[in-house]
Ligand binder design. Structure first.
Ligand code: NAD
Length: 331
């Protein structure tokens, strides 16, 4: 039997909640939604009046009358008023980064990635929000053989961060599978996202800053680690498609489907600027896997999505953004 027409028609978005909206990816996502005429309730615990990174991320959203920024912590704020009458929740809030999740840092990861997600998903289900899109991570796959990771692979998280992201996935899927649930969830496994305003702990940002200012870049490991670098605009398109295309409950990789080494990134940075990248070799960090690579067939099939921005073009855009911020740096 064919599903009813309303189950397969794209869902229009009128009003949505974006959590983590003052972050790197959340701010790009919010901008794209606002530009499409959607009302965005942007939730983040970082306050742009006291946090310069949040202020820079949110700067472009100021001109949109449909932007409703809310500075609260998802761990203790009342969620019902935020989620009322919402077509979709994009849950991007979380504590990223592998290294700091070891040791005493773990508690903060559990609260930001597990407890906050449970609260958001619980409220979304109670209020019968039709769709939740969760930002998960390729890190749930752990150390792989080098072959592309498919969504059917058994996750083997290799860091406490990755364990919390996998727990968040399962919490959302378990809530959505309850017999009384009217909420479906799309779990998106993002592969290393880059582009303008990338977090300052991430490789491409650090490499470009090093080359622009001719300050040494600490390279962890032998430089041969491979990452599936995915441009932020491509990630945003996949994320919006995951809310509008009715896929039911699904786990979907969002990656470029190609990988490059750390050394490749340095070569591109060098080629684009004409300057060498000064490097300080450092020991590999616990939890850093040798490689990530997405199998993207499911994203293509379910979301009709394919990545469009090549690594060289994407690094070029990120470089121009940094140069515009720092006009006196090397060109
Ligand atoms: P980011 O740190 O720039 O943004 C995350 C935002 O979430 C921050 O602004 C932070 O203040 C907010 N936040 C965290 N806990 C909160 C809470 N309890 N209440 C309210 N706000 C809270 O990170 P990002 O790189 O934009 O990543 C966004 C999401 O995507 C994260 O969930 C991350 O795990 C996931 N992800 C990112 C990448 C990547 O390459 N950047 C890759 C895989 C997955």
């Amino acid at each position: 039997m064919n599903p009813p027409a309303e189950a397969t028609a794209p869902r229009p978005l009128r009003r949505v909640v974006v959590t983590g909206s003052a972050g790197f990816i959340g701010s790009h996502l919010s901008r794209a939604l606002l530009a499409a005429g959607v009302t965005v309730v942007g939730v983040d615990r970082r306050n742009p009046t006291s946090d310069p990174v949040a202020a820079a991320n949110l700067a472009e959203l100021g001109g949109f009358p449909r932007h409703i920024p809310v500075t609260v912590d998802l761990l203790d704020c009342p969620l019902e008023p935020l989620l009322l009458d919402t077509d979709a929740v994009f849950h991007l809030a979380g504590l990223p980064g592998v290294r700091r999740s070891w040791g005493v840092g773990f508690d903060a990861y559990v609260s930001a990635n597990v407890q906050a997600t449970q609260r958001v998903m619980d409220a979304a289900t109670r209020l019968r929000v039709p769709r939740v899109v969760l930002a998960s991570s390729s890190s749930v796959y752990g150390a792989t053989s080098g072959a592309p990771s498919t969504e059917a692979d058994t996750p083997r998280p290799a860091s406490p961060y990755a364990v919390t992201k996998l727990a968040a996935e399962h919490l959302c899927l378990a809530q959505a599978a309850r017999p009384d649930s009217a909420t479906t969830v799309a779990v998106l496994r993002y592969f290393t996202v880059y582009g303008p305003r990338q977090r300052n702990d991430m490789l491409i940002h650090r490499a470009l800053t090093a080359v622009l200012h001719q300050v040494p870049l600490r390279v962890f490991g032998d430089g041969r680690q491979r990452r599936d670098f995915t441009y932020v605009d491509d990630v945003v398109r996949a994320t919006i498609a995951a809310a509008t295309v009715p896929t039911g409950n699904a786990v979907i990789n969002v990656g470029a489907g190609a990988s490059a080494t750390v050394s490749d990134v340095l070569t591109v940075a060098q080629r684009l600027t004409g300057q060498p990248v000064p490097v300080i070799p450092s020991a590999a960090r616990a939890g850093d896997v040798p490689g990530t690579l997405a199998e993207t067939a499911r994203a293509r099939q379910l979301l009709g999505w394919k990545p469009e921005v090549s690594l060289e073009a994407g690094i070029g855009r990120q470089l121009r953004h940094l140069q515009a911020l720092r006009p006196h740096a090397v060109r």
